[in-house]
Design a protein around this ligand. Structure first.
Ligand SMILES: [Zn+2]
Length: 363
């Protein structure tokens, strides 16, 4: 237990940052004609150097958002998404569309017939590739989204043709709206962590007060919809991860990370105990700048304070996609408590958690 003491002391000293995402009410349709579209915006704009964008975005996201690239048709993860929720700019979190604006255009890219009002999207003439088109950009960060056409089949007559890579989707189920003085705010946030075998990590977070949902899956690799078997080969690039949805009024990213750095060993490269391979790497996938800052400051402090005998090798990487693992991996520990692996490997981690975080356990 000795080696965990400094972390606990360290994190106790951290001031709690409440991670709050501002959620506007769904807007009305915008002007119904392309050329009338207002160019002004009331969003505070974000300016970053290309180096900064390269650091924040994945290579594919950078290609689309900053170099005006286009993802391959039918390749986007949000193309067939029919869940209820909000589509945000993946680079800056600007809320652009809601699920009721999406329609099936059969063009290979997510399509919307209108945008959330308030000048969140700006339009520009695009005469590249021998065509005359209207480019659409995020008004807040200038990120390329796609194009706007006037051949939409709905009442608005518009088709916002958008790259999945430019968007982040936030499921309505994960949004809890609470009324505050400045309107509607979400107190729900999500983080994706890899700390070796996901059965172990999931079991611990299931017990944490404030956690609404923990899912086991894969992230950080190239293979689409990988199976557990494929990930086990170590060739997909994916890490075994858990995706945690939590209420920021009851727990915090700091607390989640404190537990993360207690129940796994962040100093063994591509390895946790007897599990060896890049799929067992220690990694945190951040969704926005706020999360990134919190994670980096904690990792930095762990290094600086020499909390561990060896350097921390935890990767801090932008989140791209989470693939949920097969159903039999979900809630594995609770379903298979009698198995030797659960008793020998997972049980000790749970006991450690129970001991150190006694007052944080769900009632
Ligand atoms: Zn943006």
């Amino acid at each position: 237990m000795e080696r965990y003491k400094p972390i606990i002391q360290f994190v106790q000293g951290l001031s709690l940052v409440l991670i709050v995402q501002v959620f506007d009410a769904c807007g009305q349709t915008n002007s119904s004609h392309l050329t009338d579209k207002k160019m002004e915006t009331n969003e505070k704009s974000i300016h970053k150097t290309e180096e900064e964008w390269k650091k924040q975005l994945s290579q594919e996201q950078y290609y689309v958002l900053r170099q005006k690239g286009t993802e391959d048709p039918y390749s986007g993860t949000l193309l067939l998404n029919k869940e209820k929720g909000v589509y945000k700019c993946v680079a800056c979190g600007n809320e652009l569309f809601t699920d009721d604006m999406k329609f099936d255009s059969h063009c290979g890219w997510p399509s919307f017939d209108r945008e959330i009002t308030g000048g969140k999207i700006k339009t520009l003439e695009d005469n590249s590739h021998g065509m005359h088109r209207i480019e659409i950009q995020c008004a807040k960060c200038g990120g390329h989204l796609g194009h706007l056409f006037d051949d939409g089949p709905t009442k608005t007559g518009l088709r916002y043709c958008v790259n999945s890579l430019s968007l982040e989707f936030v499921n309505e189920k994960d949004i809890k709206k609470t009324v505050s003085t400045d309107g509607l705010q979400s107190t729900i946030d999500t983080i994706t962590l890899g700390g070796g075998c996901f059965w172990c990590v999931e079991a611990v977070y299931e017990m944490l007060e404030g956690v609404q949902k923990v899912e086991s899956g894969f992230s950080g690799g190239k293979t689409k919809n990988p199976s557990y078997k494929e990930v086990c080969t170590g060739t997909t690039g994916h890490a075994e991860v858990v995706q945690i949805t939590y209420d920021t009024t009851k727990t915090s990213l700091e607390e989640i990370l404190k537990i993360f750095f207690t129940v796994h060993d962040p100093t063994t490269l591509n390895r946790q105990g007897a599990d060896v391979g890049t799929q067992y790497r220690s990694v945190v996938f951040y969704r926005n700048e706020k999360q990134k800052q919190i994670i980096e400051s904690i990792v930095g402090a762990l290094q600086k304070e020499n909390v561990y005998a060896k350097p921390v090798v935890t990767e801090v990487t932008p989140f791209q996609t989470f693939y949920k693992a097969e159903n039999y991996h979900q809630n594995y520990y609770n379903m298979n408590k009698e198995e030797p692996y659960c008793q020998m490997v997972i049980q000790p981690k749970i006991e450690k958690f129970e001991k150190v975080f006694k007052n944080k356990i769900k009632k």
